[in-house]
Design a binder for this molecule. Structure first.
Ligand code: 9D3
Length: 241
């Protein structure tokens, strides 16, 4: 059964965009997943194809009309979870991605202007998701991000590599740094331990580097990792602050 993505947007030309290339694009061509971008404007009721209006209570910008968005959602109605990409949403996590990828697919509503009328969000039980604390010009890039993260987890899309990487991210640390030939480049040498052939020392060096970079850049992940390791045999006093 094909994993189905439907995107509701005022800019259907933005899709598949980057998802038509590389790994996701090959999986799309194989039929491992399907992508349908639908124009919300097709569901406008008036001659001028109006999709937005001024906010009640005043203020800047425009708001997407609930009746138009509702009709657009009706036109793809089925059991798939319906997600509204919005800066007001819960932050997208790998755990959420895993759940979406394990289901039948998703319906993604991309906002434009100031957003969508709150009543249609509530009436349709939309799950509100943000991809991070920075301002985009619309939900479309966020929809591309969410789909990219899901598609690489679909069976057969990446194979064993994806699951391995998945597990290492789930372990909660950033990755150690990578090196390849030449062993010296512009006066910079690859760390000797990586050329040593001592597999245990390589593994220990990589673990220490992963710990260091996580502690420096992502104290939030580092704290979570320490808590998860509390009282386990994996706890390593050498990397504890
Ligand atoms: C003036 C207040 N703005 C909120 C920060 C209004 C606003 C800005 C940008 C309303 C919508 C948008 C467009 N952004 C998205 O639709 C969006 C988004 C984002 O901007 N950041 C992170 N995740 C997402 S998901 C959808």
């Amino acid at each position: 059964m094909t994993w189905r993505a439907t995107v509701l947007t005022l800019f259907p030309e933005m899709f598949p965009g980057p998802l038509g290339l590389s790994l996701a694009g090959r999986a799309l061509a194989r039929g491992d997943w399907s992508l349908e971008a639908r124009d919300i404007r097709a569901h406008a009721a008036d001659r001028h194809r109006t999709v937005d209006d001024t906010p009640f209570g005043g203020g800047a910008g425009m708001v997407m009309r609930p009746d138009v968005v509702d009709a657009a959602l009706d036109a793809c109605g089925d059991g798939r979870p319906a997600v509204y990409l919005t800066p007001r949403g819960r932050l997208l996590t790998q755990a959420m991605v895993r759940r979406f990828a394990a289901g039948p697919g998703v319906v993604l509503l991309c906002g434009r202007y100031e957003g969508v009328d709150q009543r249609v969000i509530e009436a349709r039980g939309l799950t509100e998701i943000s991809i991070g604390d920075y301002v985009l010009s619309g939900g479309e890039p966020a929809a591309l991000v969410l789909l990219d993260a899901c598609v690489r987890l679909l069976p057969g899309v990446m194979g064993a590599a994806a699951s391995a990487e998945e597990e290492s991210f789930a372990a909660g640390l950033l990755e150690y740094p990578h090196y390849t030939r030449p062993a010296e480049w512009q006066g910079r040498r690859v760390p000797d331990v990586l050329l040593s052939g001592h597999h245990a020392e390589v593994a220990a060096w990589r673990a220490a580097e992963a710990a260091r970079v996580t502690r420096e850049r992502r104290p939030d992940l580092w704290q979570a990792h320490l808590t998860a390791m509390q009282g386990t045999a994996i706890a390593d006093p050498a990397v504890t602050p």
